[in-house]
Every structure is written in C-alpha cells, then in structure tokens.
Ligand binder design. Structure first.
Ligand code: C2E
Ligand code: CA
Ligand code: CA
Ligand code: CA
Length: 279
C-alpha cells in the first residue's frame, strides 16, 4: 500500500542519513586521531614454513575512539581515502612501522622485515618516493627491511604510472609485494609489468583449499607461477592445520594467519620476543 511505501522510503532515508552521519563522524575522528593518540598499530607475524622461522610482520592500522569504540580498517580506510587523510595516516604508520623494525634490529633481530599497506592515494603522489626516503633516513631503517604492499586495484587506480612509481621506489632498495592476489583485475599482467618481489595469495583461496578441489588447484598454480617468476609467496589467512599441510605440500614459502599468530601489540611482542643470539 501507499503507507508501506512511505515507511520504506523513510526507513531507507534514515539509514542513508545514519551512514552519512557515521561517515562524517569517522572523518572527524580521523582528523584528530594522531594528535589524540587514538591511532595505533598491530603487527602480525609472517612465518617461513620452509625455513621454519619468523621472517617479519605486517603493520595493520587500528583506531580506538572513546565514543565510537574500535573502528575497523574496513570502516575507516575508505573514509580516509575519500577525504585525502590517508596521506597523513599512511605516513604516520610508515614511520611507526620503520621505528618498530629499527628497534627489532637494535635488539639483534636484523633479518626481520616490516610490511606496510599503501593506498592508491599515496602511490599517486609524485613525492611518495621522497617521503619513503625521508622516513628511512629519519628512522635509520635499512631500505631492504621495508616492504610496501600494494593491491592490484591500487595499481589500476593510481593516477601516475604505477610501474614507473614502483620502479623508482625499488631504486631505494625497498621491496614490493602484491597483496590480495587473485581477487582483482587482470592479475597476470601485473606479474610481468611490475617490479614485484612477493605475491600475497588472498585468503579466499586459502579458505577453501581443503574443501574445494578447484581452489586447491588454483592455489598450487599460483605458487608455481610465482616461483617460476622468482617471487616469494605468502599465503594469507591460514587458520587450520589442514590448510597449512596443503600449503606445505605445494611449497608455499610463507604463511600469515591466526594459526601462527593474530596481530599483536608491539609491547607484547617485545616482551615475548626471544633475545637474538650473538653469533
Ligand atoms: P589486508 O592487507 O589483506 O590485511 C590482512 C587482514 O587479514 C587483516 O585484517 C588481518 O587482521 C586479517 N587476518 C590475518 N590473519 C587472518 C586469519 O587467519 N583469518 C582471518 N579471518 N583474518 C586474518 P585487518 O587488520 O582488519 O585489515 C583489513 C584491511 O584493511 C587490510 O587487509 C588492508 O587492506 C587494510 N588496512 C589495514 N591497515 C592499513 C593501513 O595502514 N593502510 C592501508 N592503506 N590499508 C590498511
Ligand atoms: Ca618479506
Ligand atoms: Ca596487506
Ligand atoms: Ca591481503
């Protein structure tokens, strides 16, 4: 009836308004997050299953607001990208992650590296290389310990020529990894045209690797393809022993997932880290 229609419209209206309100609330939170110390970083270990050793960490951004509580990256990253604030937040986490890794090196863990997610907004900036170079100089982190994670959609939507930008970043000595591999566009193009060191196989393949024969074959295909191009493979979102076994059989290099560790706070990590042996 007419009434129901009107109610539906009102309901839809309210939802839209609520979402807009939430977005402007998030924008407001982001504007002050750094100054208010509402932003922090969790680090998720990456474990080499062939060498049986921890190789590094992925830095993951977190925001805790007194009023809104914990915001997930899925909620605030898109808002930060739209408003342009990702540039400042992205620079902040890069500096934090480099300081963190420098501290690890100073504790003797000099083979560990840190990976930082890079938004297309950041990669599009002409001065991005200078920003990276400055942060490396400021923090004293060797370039080879820093890995920049870009997704295929980042490479598609970057305004400047992404391959030129990545090549100039590689000149600094940093590593590049292709994140969420297999979910995006014409994936195979990027493997040949971009200077990539690591391939991160998306968790959607890992999820069904034991239950779905097709996914298992795709996963094994991705690993072989990557190896034939001299790339290291990281499997994301590994949660179960059975998944780990299949990945091991298929010669996957590194895993990142709850089975080894959830993302952890840096102080917890430094408390539990075994002191590096002097040899
Ligand atoms: P991502 O880069 O694919 O990061 C991996 C996500 O998978 C993380 O979610 C991590 O907590 C989660 N994860 C790790 N192991 C497992 C597992 O075994 N099972 C399951 N179910 N999940 C697992 P998180 O931290 O919520 O981050 C979500 C996304 O937000 C990231 O996906 C990344 O795209 C984005 N993001 C996070 N931090 C930053 C940042 O500093 N800058 C940018 N531009 N994006 C970021
Ligand atoms: Ca690495
Ligand atoms: Ca990532
Ligand atoms: Ca990913």
């Amino acid at each position: 009836s007419k009434d129901t229609g009107k109610n539906k419209f009102t309901l839809f209206d309210v939802t839209m308004e609520e979402e807009l309100n939430r977005n402007s609330l998030i924008t407001e939170v982001l504007r002050h997050a750094i100054a208010n110390k509402e932003i922090y970083v969790m680090y998720q270990p990456q474990y080499n299953i062939r060498k049986e050793e921890m190789t590094g960490f992925e830095a993951l951004m977190r925001i805790h607001n007194p009023k809104l509580g914990e915001l997930t990256p899925q909620e605030f990253i898109p808002v930060a990208e739209e408003s342009g604030m990702i540039t400042e937040l992205g620079e902040w986490i890069l500096r934090e992650a480099c300081l963190f890794n420098k501290r690890l090196i100073d504790c003797g863990h000099d083979s560990l590296s840190v990976s930082v997610n890079i938004s297309s907004v950041q990669l599009s900036k002409a001065n991005f290389k200078d920003i990276i170079q400055n942060i490396l100089e400021e923090t004293g982190l060797p370039a080879a310990n820093l890995e920049l994670e870009v997704t295929e959609s980042t490479l598609v939507s970057s305004l400047t020529n992404a391959s030129v930008q990545l090549s100039s970043l590689k000149e600094l000595g940093v590593l590049i990894s292709l994140d969420d591999f297999g979910t995006g566009y014409s994936s195979l193009n990027y493997l040949t045209n971009m200077p990539i060191d690591t391939l991160k196989m998306d968790k959607s393949f890992v999820n069904n690797i034991c239950s779905n024969a097709k996914d298992a074959r795709i996963a094994s295909g991705i690993i072989n393809l990557a190896h034939s191009m001299k790339l290291e493979v990281i499997a994301e979102g590994v949660e179960k022993v059975e998944q780990l076994e299949v990945l091991r059989r298929n010669k996957c290099d590194i895993i990142q997932g709850y089975i080894y560790s959830k993302p952890i706070l840096p102080h917890v990590l430094f408390e539990t880290l075994i002191p590096a042996s002097e040899d």
